[in-house]
Design a binder for this molecule. Structure first.
Ligand code: XUL
Ligand code: CO
Length: 439
């Protein structure tokens, strides 16, 4: 028995020629690419919050969606949370995604105090456990919402009030327990309020210390309970706060080093956050793989005009293809995956819009993955890199890097060989044309 919320119970792969609006044209879970099923490469997850908790509000207007589990339709909050879970798992099943992700606040009603909120969460974790075993859908990651409630307005771990630090730590513990119980493969920390609105009232050094301590507490607790998943930090430069400390991948890496956590924690990289930081998605992924901290991705797209975190469904194959190129090149996902941290536009009122948004996004990812694999297999980009940096194969060139030559020795070499380096083309247009052949 389903709730009947969605117009269809299953979206099928029908191939490129299908004109069924609710079908996959490119995503075929079973198709094997390089010895691995497409499902196992992409490891899709749906985000509970955007599709089932968000009501369509924006800074200028309130709720636009009409859902049977929203407070205006249902006053029993726990019954509403259960109905929401029913519908959520119907969507995961219809799409055939292997994973989902959630915050505590997405799945349980807020209690009147910490004790009641925790009890609500524990009760809903039982419900989720049951749904997961019925459907086979797994948990990619869990996380704590430490940004919506007004108690967190001045930060969670970085709050000037130590009681908020304590409340946040206890909340994280309850969410790590929930994630562990549900077999989650990662645990995410996104510091929406870990930053400042004005430096006039902010002690940067103190807040960095508080945030470092919290992450160390999280890592210690992971080992204490025997959680085998990966701890992930999700960078974002601003919004909701004016400036967020986990600005981008490089900034997070510096933070991890400073607090001795660079071998314990990885990053969850989101397309829209990369754009807000003035980067590209593949820049953030390539930076993380270069630094050895790549973990997972939040797939979406930002509007390039508005400057907001618009969390739209991805629809740009070349952009997605280059992202997967860097992921595949680094060996693919391990515990991570592709979480659609994406939401409908607030005018997209119909249940089928939710299915269409995700199905289209899955197709774009499938096309991107296939293009990425073909580029990797062809090896053209790697060959271009090998050629460009080929001079460094030389043992004397290596001596400049490995400490065998100091500045004097290098200077002597330039003089004695009469070195007069000649510039070579970077061939960007040739490379861009090359990439377009695969997209
Ligand atoms: C906010 C965002 C969050 C995190 C989880 O921009 O991306 O939804 O992914 O807290
Ligand atoms: Co995100």
């Amino acid at each position: 028995m389903t709730t009947g919320f969605f117009p269809t119970e299953k979206i099928a792969f029908e191939g490129e020629d299908s004109n069924n609006p609710l079908a996959f044209r490119h995503y075929n879970a079973e198709e094997v690419i390089d010895g691995k099923r497409m499902e196992d490469h992409l490891r899709f997850a749906c985000a509970y919050w955007h599709s089932f908790a968000w009501q369509g509000e924006d800074p200028f207007g309130g709720q636009t969606f009409d859902r049977p589990w929203f407070p205006d339709r249902m006053s029993d909050e726990m019954a509403a949370a259960r109905l929401k879970a029913d519908v959520a798992f119907e969507m995961f099943t219809a799409l055939g995604v292997p994973y989902f992700c959630f915050h505590d606040a997405d799945v349980r009603p807020e209690g009147t105090d910490f004790r009641e909120s925790s009890r609500n969460l524990e009760e809903m974790v039982e419900v989720l456990e049951q749904k997961m075993s019925e459907t086979g859908v797994k948990l990619l990651w869990g996380t704590a919402n430490l940004f919506s409630h007004r108690r967190f307005m001045a930060g969670a771990s970085t709050n000037p009030d130590p009681d908020v630090f304590a409340y946040s730590a206890a909340t994280i513990k309850s969410c790590m327990d929930a994630t562990f119980k549900l077999g989650g493969e990662n645990y995410v920390l996104w510091g929406g309020r870990e930053g400042y609105e004005t430096l006039l009232n902010t002690d940067l050094a103190r807040e960095d210390q508080q945030m470092g301590r919290m992450l160390n507490l999280v890592v210690d607790y992971k080992h204490k309970i025997g959680f085998k998943g990966t701890i992930l930090v999700e960078p974002k430069p601003q919004e909701p706060t004016k400036h967020q400390y986990d600005f981008d991948v490089s900034t997070v890496y510096g933070f991890l080093k400073r607090h001795g956590l660079e071998n314990e924690v990885k990053v969850n990289i989101e397309q829209g956050h990369a754009i807000l930081a003035g980067h590209t998605f593949e820049h953030e992924i390539a930076t993380a793989t270069a630094l050895g901290i790549f973990g997972s991705i939040d797939m979406n797209r930002n509007d390039y005009q508005s400057g907001w975190d618009t969390d739209q469904f991805p629809n740009n194959t070349p952009e997605v293809g280059l992202a997967y190129y860097h992921i595949l090149k680094a060996g693919g996902f391990t515990t991570g995956g592709t979480n659609f941290d994406a939401k409908l536009r607030r005018q997209s009122l119909d249940p089928q819009d939710l299915l269409a948004g995700h199905a289209g996004a899955m197709d774009v990812c499938a096309r991107g993955l296939k293009a990425a694999f073909r580029m990797l297999e062809d090896g053209g980009l790697q060959k271009a890199l090998d050629d460009r940096y080929g001079g460094w194969q030389d043992s004397e060139a290596q001596n400049m890097l490995n400490g065998k030559m100091d500045l004097d020795a290098i200077s002597d070499k330039v003089l004695s060989r009469d070195l007069n380096p000649q510039p070579r083309s970077g061939q960007q247009e040739l490379l861009e044309n090359y990439v377009n052949r695969f997209m």
